[in-house]
Every structure is written in C-alpha cells, then in structure tokens.
Design a protein around this ligand. Structure first.
Ligand code: C2E
Ligand code: MG
Ligand code: MG
Length: 723
C-alpha cells in the first residue's frame, strides 16, 4: 500500500517526491502573479509599506506603554531611594541620641535626648513602613531586616534607667551592636533600592534604545521599498514605456515593419499585444490600399506609385531607357458579369491579369484599375516595339479562358504610350504619370471607337481631339443661351406613301469649330451631365416646331440617360400637351448602344410612353450586341436598320441575305422597318424588295432646316400632282 501511495504521489518524471513541492509551486505562482504585473507590483509595495506603518504604530503603542511603566518604576525606585536616605538619617539620629543617653550631662539633657531618641525611632519605624508600603516584596528580600523589628525593645531598654543616670555597660554594649546592625540593615536596604533603581534605569534605557532601533528599521524598510518602487519605475517600467511610445510613433508615421517587443509585465504586454494587433491590421489595410481585393492584383494606387518609380528609374533594369504604359479594357465585360455572375467576372479578370503578366515578363507591372480596366507599365529593351508588344497582347487574349466550370472568350481593347526614362529625354518630352495615363487612355478610347479588339498607340491627334472634346463639353453649357443650337429635320418616307414624317436631328454651330456633328457632342453632353437639359431643349424645340406642321409625324431621338431621368414621362407629355401634339404623331427613337434591356427604369419609361400613345423605335439596329434579346424584352413599334447593313446591298449577296433576314424578323414581330442611309438610287429597290416599310437617306433628302420642311413636302406634293 505504502509503496503504491508513494508511487502515485511521485512526479511522472520519476524525480524523488518533494512534499514541499506544491507549496513551492503555489508560492512561485503567487510571486509570478505579483511580479508580472506593474499594478500589482506597486500595489504590493504600497500594501507592504502600509502594513509596516500599521505594525509600527501598534508596536509603538506597546512600547509607549512599556516605556511609561518603565518610567513609573524608575520614578518609584528614585522615591524609594529618598526614603532610604531619610531612613539612614533617622538611624544616624537614633545612634547619636543613643550615645548621648549612655552618659547624659544632666537630667534635662537626658530628657531631651530621650525625646530625640524616641523621635528617631518613630522616624525609623515610619521609614521602614514607607519602604514596605512601596515594595513589600523587595523589602522582605533584603537581608538584615530583623534588627528593625527589635527597635522597640532597644528603645525601651534605653529609656529604662532614670533620666540623668548612665546606661549599664552591658546595655551600652548591646546599644553599640544594635546600632551597628541598624546601619547594616539600612545599608542592605540602600543596596537593594540602589540595585532596583539601576535596573529600572537600565530597562528604561533598553526600552528607549529598542524603540529607537525599531523606528530606524521601519524607516529604513519604508525608504527601501520606496526606493525599490522608484528603481523599478526608472529601470524597468519607464524604459519599456518609452520603447512602446517609440514603436507607437513609428506606427503613426506609417512604419509598419517595426518590431514590437514583448514585456514580462502583464499591463505592458497587453499594450504591446494591442499595438501588434494594430500593426497587423494596419498592414492588412495597407495591403488593401494597394491591392485589388477581388483578385489580389495591384490596384490603381500601386500602379501610379510604380509608374512614378519607373519614371525615376527605380526598381527596373537600368539598361532600358524607354518604357511603355498600357491601358486595356475587356470588350463588353459587363455581359460576362451579367451572364456568368460577378465571381466568374472576377475570376476572369484574375486570369486575364495572370496571362498578361506571363506574356509581358517579370519586368512588367500589371494592375487592375477597377472593373475590366487593366494598366501595365514595362521597360522596353533596345529595339523592342511597343506596338508589337501591344498587338501580341490583344492577340493572346483572344484564346478562351478556362474558368473550371466554363470557358469564356473575350477580346481586349488597348491603348499604349511610350515614355523616356532618362532625364534628358524627359526634358524633351515632359510627361507626368497623370499625362501618361491620359495619353494611354486616349489611345484606348480610339481603340474602342475603332471597333474594339485592337491596340492603338497614342498620337498627337488623340490629344488634339481630346482637347477639342473638353472644349466642347465646356462650351456646350453656353450653347443654349447663345442660340448656337438648332434642329434640322430629315424626311422619312413611308413606302405606302402616307403619312409624311421627319426625324428631328440636333445641330450645333460652334463659334470656333463651326458645325459640330451630334455624334460628337451628344456623347460629350452625356459625359458632362448636360444630356438631360439638352434632351429637354431638343424635344421642346422639335415639338414646338411640329405644332406648325399639322399632318406630319415626327421621330425624336432620346438618349438612354433621358430614359433614366426621374419624371421624364410627365415632362415630355406635358410638353406635348402645351404644343397640342397628339403622342400618336410621335416616334421616339432609342439606340441600343447602351443596354436598355438590363435597365428596368429605362424599360418602364418606354412602357409608359408607349401606353400614352407614342411609338417606340429601336434605332441603329444591326450595329449593337444585344438587339435580338432586347426585342424579346420590349415590344418595339419600329426597327431602324442601320446604314451599315445597307451599304453593300446592291452588290453583295451576303449583305443582302443578312438584310432580308433582319427585315423579315422585324416584320414577323409586327414592327415597321425603316431603312436608314439610303444614299443612292440603286439601294432603293433592294430595300423595297426586302419589305421595308419606310425609307430614309440622302437619296431622298439630307436633313433640312425647320423653315424648309413645309417647302420640302409642298414640292413633293406638287411632284406627285404633276406625275
Ligand atoms: P441617327 O438617329 O441614326 O440619325 C441618323 C443619322 O444618319 C443622322 O446623322 C443623319 O444625318 C444620318 N444620315 C441619314 N441619311 C444618311 C445617308 O444617306 N448617308 C449618311 N452618311 N448619313 C445619313 P446625324 O444628324 O449626324 O446624327 C447622328 C446621330 O446623332 C444620330 O443618329 C443620333 O444617334 C444622334 N443624334 C442626332 N440628333 C440627335 C438628337 O436630337 N437627340 C439625340 N439623343 N441624338 C441625336
Ligand atoms: Mg435616329
Ligand atoms: Mg440611326
């Protein structure tokens, strides 16, 4: 049993069992608990000081009482000392009176001496009683005291002979012995009292000394503890706090690679842990600030930083003194998101970025600027062509991307610009990173307008064009007030002959640039937020002029932005009412260039306009992307086939087949079909034959000024009448 028990208590390691072990562990834990906390350290030290003070106070009280007692006994022993001295005087007087009575000079002298003897004996008896009254015990301990008990007997013997008669020799001898004993008794009392007084004095002295020592020790202990606190503060805590403060200041300055030290002190450790957490979060936030969260690719900020560094020649191959900046857009990326979902869109963007990086090599910095926009900067080796690099990139993107669950093929539009890295070259061709990005963007814009899926290098014309565009945007605001805008009307002929119709087209005569085509300033208005007021001006002017042409129908072009404008339907119908125009006389043309299909508000606006009597035409059909699915979403009253479908109709059988199919489809869904851009006589027959219900183009008439509309239709009437 015993063995088992000792085995069970023995530590697992097999080390001998130490019964003090658990206590030691507890003591160590308590020590750690106090020592590893600044607060507990200080509190512990203050508690120690407090306990020490209280202890000192208690002990001091005791010592005061003791001291008071010691002083009392010292005072008593001093009083006894006086009594002994008085007793000694009385004994002396007794002895002298006794000697005088041995042979008195006369009877009168004998009587006097008797009185004196009696007084001295009484004084001795009183003295003894006083001494006994103060300390009977000590008195009894004194040797030689029995002599005082015999005092009465001796007095009686001395007073026995008649006054004037000498004392018998035997009595004389007894008196002398008695006196000697009396003095011996007084001496022993004196010794005892003196010894007692000395002891009282010594113990009083000792009490004062020990109190002194105790007060001194308590003072030293308090000072030591206070010094320990100060030392701890100066040696451990303040330097640690200073280091923490330094780390905090570095973090505040954005130096996130600072090392935050651990501390043994619980509070400082908590602070350092909080700082470390803050540092890690700041790292993550900085990461987010420079990376695209969806793909992890560098973002615009990171790209601009890299571009600036590249311009300064940092972090790149110093042998290259030119570099290219590329901006690229995935063509119609919106449809990828719509059709496959945003996660697939992000995955595709990541794959595109990775493929770009692979193709362009490790020197290239590929960033995602947002959505489907990419930016690249890369040094160009001697003789390396940026145009070649860019077209290779466009070609490489045509290969489908494997997303795991599906494959997606996309195309890329790209703009690029080259810049010099050397200072000399930069002096000749100054370009900040903003200018470089603008130039690449203009080249990208040209790619998009050049049919997409291609790369365009920046040229000076792009910049000139851009500056004109900006100027147009600025000047358009004032064009209304300055009367620079006007409407022109292009006739649309119904194949069946009736009714007459015109399409309202806006014109802007710029004071410097002359006639600015709407294909240029309408996009400028859309970009600058002026499209809504411009659109309003257009339909108000067109409807007020239509008021003067009864019997004429009118097509008005609407921008997709107008379709999204709140209250547009009400404003438009109100304008019709004011001009007494029946909405049935109106066709409202919308283009498919911007997706209406995926914009519920635009579709609702069209529905409301249609219900109010307006007819809705899909303009430029055949140039867009989503025409066919759009036709399922909304019931159009008319399709206007773009002139791109008509151009080669007379000569190219394939164009004709496509055109025929488009017309048949439009007719099958019950819509009218307008053939736009009939610029030559030989196009008339094929479009008629295909079944178009309406014809429009320069062959019939260019757009005419408002005052020529009535003239135009008057002439037609006259022609028909004369025919
Ligand atoms: P759109 O609505 O398709 O207008 C027809 C465009 O084709 C007009 O150009 C017209 O002049 C042109 N055109 C007509 N027949 C022929 C032809 O036989 N040959 C050639 N080459 N062109 C022909 P315009 O006036 O320059 O307008 C261009 C585009 O600007 C319009 O295309 C329309 O999308 C937009 N636009 C014009 N006016 C307005 C407007 O008042 N509001 C809105 N929102 N857009 C307008
Ligand atoms: Mg139109
Ligand atoms: Mg058109």
């Amino acid at each position: 049993m015993k063995t088992n028990r000792s085995q069970s208590l023995a530590p697992a390691s097999g080390a001998p069992f130490n019964p003090l072990g658990p206590m030691v562990v507890h003591a160590k834990n308590a020590y750690d608990y106090v020592v590893h906390s600044f607060e507990r350290r200080i509190t512990g030290a203050l508690v120690l000081i407090l306990v020490g003070m209280i202890g000192l106070q208690v002990v001091s009280q005791q010592r005061v009482l003791e001291l008071r007692a010691q002083t009392g006994s010292y005072r008593e022993s001093m009083a006894q000392f006086d009594q002994v001295r008085r007793l000694g005087d009385a004994v002396t007087r007794f002895r002298l009176s006794g000697i005088a009575l041995v042979a008195p000079a006369s009877e009168a002298d004998a009587l006097l001496k008797r009185d004196q003897l009696t007084d001295a004996a009484i004084a001795i008896a009183n003295g003894i009683n006083e001494i006994r009254a103060v300390d009977d015990q000590s008195y009894r301990a004194v040797s030689g005291l029995p002599v005082f008990a015999r005092l009465d007997g001796m007095v009686a013997e001395l007073l026995n002979p008649q006054p004037g008669q000498p004392l018998a020799p035997a009595a004389r001898g007894r008196l002398e012995r008695f006196n000697a004993k009396l003095e011996g008794g007084v001496q022993s009392i004196d010794q005892a009292v003196t010894g007692q007084r000395d002891r009282a004095f010594d113990s009083l002295n000792a009490a004062v000394d020990s109190w002194n020592v105790m007060i001194g020790l308590a003072g030293v202990l308090t000072i030591a503890l206070a010094a320990a606190i100060c030392f701890d503060l100066l040696r451990n805590i303040l330097p640690a706090l200073r280091r923490m403060h330094d780390a905090l200041r570095q973090l505040a300055n954005g130096e996130l690679d600072v090392e935050i030290e651990q501390s043994r002190l619980h509070e400082l450790n908590e602070l350092s842990q909080a700082l470390e957490t803050f540092r890690q979060h700041a790292h993550a936030v900085r990461g987010l600030a420079y990376a695209d969260p969806a793909t992890g690719m560098p973002n615009r900020r990171a790209f601009v930083q890299r571009l600036v560094a590249m311009q300064a020649g940092k972090g790149v191959d110093t042998a290259c003194d030119r570099f290219v900046v590329i901006l690229a857009d995935v063509d119609r990326f919106k449809y990828v998101n719509d059709d496959y979902g945003h996660p697939a869109g992000d995955q595709l963007v990541g794959l595109i970025g990775a493929r770009m990086g692979m193709l362009l090599g490790p020197q290239a910095f590929v960033a995602r600027l947002g959505g489907d926009e990419f930016a690249v900067c890369r040094p160009l080796a001697d003789g390396e062509s940026a145009a070649r690099l860019a077209s290779d990139l466009v070609a490489a993107m045509r290969e489908p991307f494997d997303l795991g669950h599906c494959q997606i093929a996309v195309t890329l539009s790209l703009g690029h610009v080259t810049a010099a890295r050397s200072d000399d070259a930069r002096m000749a061709e100054p370009s900040t990173e903003t200018e470089l990005l603008l130039r690449a963007d203009l080249a990208l814009y040209a790619s998009k307008h050049g049919g997409r899926n291609c790369a365009t290098g920046f040229t000076a014309e792009h910049l000139a064009e851009h500056e004109i565009e900006r100027a147009l945007e600025r000047d358009l605001c004032e064009a209304f007030d300055r009367g620079e805008l006007r409407m022109v009307y292009q006739p649309i002929h119904a194949v069946g002959g009736e009714p007459d119709e015109v399409e309202a087209l806006v014109r802007w005569t710029h004071p410097r640039h002359g006639e600015v085509p709407p294909s240029r300033f309408i996009p400028a208005a859309e970009r600058s937020g002026l499209m809504v007021p411009l659109g309003r001006w257009i339909y108000e002017r067109a409807l007020s002029e239509l008021r003067g042409w009864p019997g004429l129908q009118m097509s008005i072009n609407l921008s997709p932005l107008q379709l999204q404008q709140e209250g547009f339907v009400g404003q438009f119908l109100d304008c019709c009412r004011r001009n007494a125009i029946d909405p049935h006389r109106l066709y409202l043309e919308v283009t498919e260039s911007v997706s209406i299909e995926r914009n519920p508000r635009a579709v609702l606006t069209l529905e409301l306009l249609r219900q109010s009597g307006c007819r809705i035409a899909l303009d430029d059909f055949g140039t867009g992307y989503s025409s066919l699915s759009l036709l399922r979403t909304f019931q159009f009253d008319r399709l206007k086939l773009d002139r791109a479908l008509i151009g080669n109709l007379a000569t190219d059988p394939t164009s004709r087949a496509v055109f025929d199919a488009a017309v048949t489809m439009a007719l099958r869904i019950g819509a009218e079909v307008v053939a736009e851009g009939i610029s030559e006589a030989e196009l008339v027959e094929p479009v008629r034959a295909a079944g178009c219900t309406h014809l429009q183009g320069y062959h019939y008439s260019r757009p005419v000024e408002a005052d020529q509309v009535a003239v135009y239709y008057g002439n037609i009437m006259r022609k028909l009448a004369s025919a």
